[in-house]
Design a binder for this molecule. Structure first.
Ligand code: DGJ
Length: 726
């Protein structure tokens, strides 16, 4: 619910457990006073939290100290150049080349529902309400329309910003961030996600000292290295208790997230499109829509935050018809064959896989142009009939004859210098004047600001999809974006190329899903470099990492599941020794870890030992049994391998608390240990649960704990099922 109290000039957003409050000072400056546990009394006047009854007072009382006022006021949407020296959310350069704003209140409106964000992914649906507050800088006519939405069934607050040029001349937006929190407290730790290729989204928690903590990407994607997520935690915060203020960005390109501990022990936290490589020209009368940021407050620790994100994304972000449907168990040929495959090899894999209960074959990279390595043919999306003999339809029909579905890999944003497309249109690659663009994996990036490029790419990939019965597409992006120059855009719009790339990806995926609404789309970026909330709007699952080693995956999946639902995490059983780290693990351990995601296989079943093959049908049966829990249940993190260095443990409980499954992964066995006791979470305390034929009360399992059977050896999973007695 959203209200505006005219007497106190107070805006209040209420979710089931959280309130967010803003107050106008002097009827002009929009201040942020509260984000926390729900305040029930609507009449409460929180304006005292603005501290405008103490020096420096407001400019209407003490004009001589206006700078001090602007530099200490809890700005709802921070602007710079006129007195606030802290992190600014917006930078606009006028035609006269000057920069600096003073945004003051002009109007607001509250309306039921939530409008779409033009060309951008955003949360949607359900019972929603939205508040729009228009601020204006009078001399330039620049307006920021701040938008806040709440859903009746979620504790998240959705924020976005539209910049409108209401002046008479063109302006250039140099920075426009989407969210700002200005919290009167500074005793926090920061939590963020970091890594590299094959090591994505490892959690990092550090004390926040005076100064700024930054996590960012200027790689043209949300990236392997950093992640568009930042949280402030009270120092004692655990999975179950303590406070969390989190931001997650619904965007897949360059981002900036910053927490700034400032002089009066306040923290300003911001998130938005990265100001580097960004400059957007706004003609008079034009608007620019910045992407959405999701804000979550939890006083139930990190676990509370996680479950708010999971529910929000499952109920209000993912749109795919597969959202609530069990995904087919797939087998992907990448690590089985790399580029060395043909129709016969793929059909042999499909035949063997179908006999084991696998439901879909995905043909990965290497089926088009003359691609036999990673150095050619991107952009030439025609089937290589030397490998795919008889064409795609013959292969697809062959796979279908085993009762399986068929999926295909594509990398639509890219162009190989060795391609027909590049030879015909070298100017279609992003490049800076006077220099050769930098190669990465021997490929270049297409210029998605050019409309004919989008049309060409769409024509090519849609023709492939129309040529055979294809149920699934893996949309890959195997390099970072450099040389953000476009031979299509005029000089004063070159700064738009990076953001236009991301908008182009969104536009193409939207077009694809409109024509092929039943397609199961899995986004991917050289592993998990574009696992973000933006992509989830288009694809219900995203490839988590190229590292499928079951031990490495524990940290990757823990970090990913901190925000994103398990049903979104692309997870496969790989072969052993693993191709990334060379570690040997039993197939049951690999399967147990992959069960926390979409579950599939990525190995050559035709060369698997009989012993390993025999395990697969039972693994698939488990996946089918747990799929409703994994897709719809509440996730609880019980222990982390990151901290224990020997084991990992997580639990998923059905919404009605009648069923649960617990995964305990013993990575390393330890000598002379007693059986380990774990405390479960989220159960019905008064109910009785059956665990492995024995009866326990929910409260005993949660407060006293459960004593696990003691696995023997390294790399041993224990999976417990809990059933509530009727
Ligand atoms: C990167 C992906 O993450 C892999 O799974 C595979 O599809 C390769 N690209 C193919 O080039």
């Amino acid at each position: 619910m959203i209200t505006f109290n005219e007497k106190t000039n107070l805006f209040k957003l209420d979710t089931p457990s959280v309130s967010y409050v803003m107050v106008l000072a002097d009827g002009k400056y929009l201040g942020q006073v509260y984000f926390g546990k729900r305040l029930e009394n609507a009449a409460a006047d929180l304006s005292y939290l603005l501290r405008i009854d103490e020096p420096p007072f407001t400019p209407s009382v003490n004009l001589r100290e206006k700078v001090s006022f602007l530099d200490s006021f809890p700005m709802e949407y921070a602007f710079g150049g006129t007195g606030d020296f802290r992190e600014s959310c917006i930078g606009v350069i006028t035609e006269s080349g000057q920069e600096g704003l003073e945004l003051t209140y002009r109007s607001h409106r509250i309306y039921p529902g939530k409008d779409k964000l033009c060309g951008l992914p955003a949360t949607w649906g359900g019972q929603a309400e939205t508040l729009e507050i228009t601020l204006e800088d009078a001399p330039t006519g620049v307006q920021t329309i701040l938008s806040y939405s709440v859903f009746a069934d979620s504790d998240a607050i959705m924020r976005s910003v539209r910049v409108k040029n209401n002046g008479t001349g063109a302006v250039y937006i140099d920075r426009v961030l989407s969210a700002c929190l200005d919290i009167e407290d500074a005793d926090f730790e920061v939590l963020s996600l970091h890594g590299s290729w094959a090591r994505e989204r490892h959690m990092q928690r550090l004390p926040l000292g005076i100064g700024s903590y930054v996590t960012e990407s200027v790689r043209g994607e949300s990236s392997h290295q950093d992640h568009p997520f930042l949280a402030l935690l009270t120092p004692s915060c655990t999975q179950e208790s303590g406070e969390v203020y989190a931001m997650n960005f619904v965007y897949s390109g360059n981002f900036l997230a910053k927490a700034q501990h400032t002089q009066h022990d306040r923290v300003r936290m911001v998130m938005g499109v990265h100001p580097d490589y960004f400059r957007w020209k706004l003609e008079a009368g034009e608007s620019f829509q910045a992407p959405e940021a999701v804000l979550v407050y939890s006083d139930r620790g990190l676990g509370g935050m996680t479950r708010t994100f999971h529910d929000l994304y499952r109920n209000h972000l993912i749109r795919s018809p597969y959202k609530d449907i069990r995904r087919p168990v797939l087998i992907n040929n990448w690590e089985a064959t790399y580029f060395d495959f043909d129709t016969d090899k793929l059909l042999a894999i499909a035949k063997e896989a179908s006999a084991l209960g696998i439901e879909m074959l995905v043909m990965d990279d290497g089926w088009f142009g003359h691609r036999n390595g990673d150095n050619s043919s991107l952009g030439d999306w025609t089937v290589n009939e030397e490998k795919i003999k008889g064409g795609l339809k013959t292969l697809v029909d062959g796979v279908k004859s085993f009762g399986m579905k068929f999926g295909i890999w594509m990398e639509p944003e890219m162009i190989s210098p060795d391609s027909e497309l590049y030879r015909a249109h070298p100017d279609w690659a992003l490049r800076l004047n006077g220099r050769e663009p930098s190669l990465c994996r021997e490929q270049l990036v297409l210029d998605f600001s050019r409309p004919e490029v989008l049309d060409y790419v769409y024509g090519q990939i849609s023709a492939v999809l129309r040529s055979a019965d294809i149920s699934y597409v893996k949309w890959d992006m195997n390099r970072q974006l450099t040389d953000p120059g476009s031979s299509y855009l005029p000089a004063d719009r070159q700064g738009e190329a990076s953001h236009r790339h991301t908008l182009g990806v969104y536009a193409l995926q939207e077009r694809l899903l409109t024509e092929f609404p039943d397609l199961l789309l899995e986004n991917c970026s050289g592993g998990g470099a574009r696992f973000d909330a933006g992509m989830l709007y288009y694809s219900p699952q995203i490839w988590c990492s190229d590292d499928m080693d079951a031990v490495e995956r524990l940290q990757i999946q823990e970090g990913t599941a901190l925000i994103y639902p398990l049903s979104a995490m692309g997870a496969h059983v790989c072969c052993s020794p693993n191709h990334t780290v060379g570690r040997e693990t039993p197939i049951d351990m690999r399967a147990a870890v992959a069960l926390a995601g979409t579950f599939g296989y990525e190995l050559d079943v035709t060369t698997l030992s009989e012993e390993e093959k025999e395990r697969i049908p039972a693994q698939i049966a488990r996946y089918k049994k747990y799929a409703p829990l994994i897709q719809g249940g509440d996730y609880y993190r019980i222990a982390s391998y990151r901290e224990t260095h020997t084991y990992d443990c997580y639990e998923i409980v059905s919404k009605d608390r009648s069923e649960a499954v617990v995964f305990f992964i013993q990575v390393l066995n330890e000598p002379n240990r007693r059986s380990r006791k774990i405390r479960l979470q989220g159960l019905d305390g008064q109910a009785v649960y059956d665990v492995g034929g024995k009866r326990y009360t929910g409260e005993a399992l949660m407060y006293a704990g459960y004593i696990l059977p003691r696995p023997w050896g390294d790399f041993q999973p224990v999976i417990l099922e809990l059933h509530r007695e009727k």
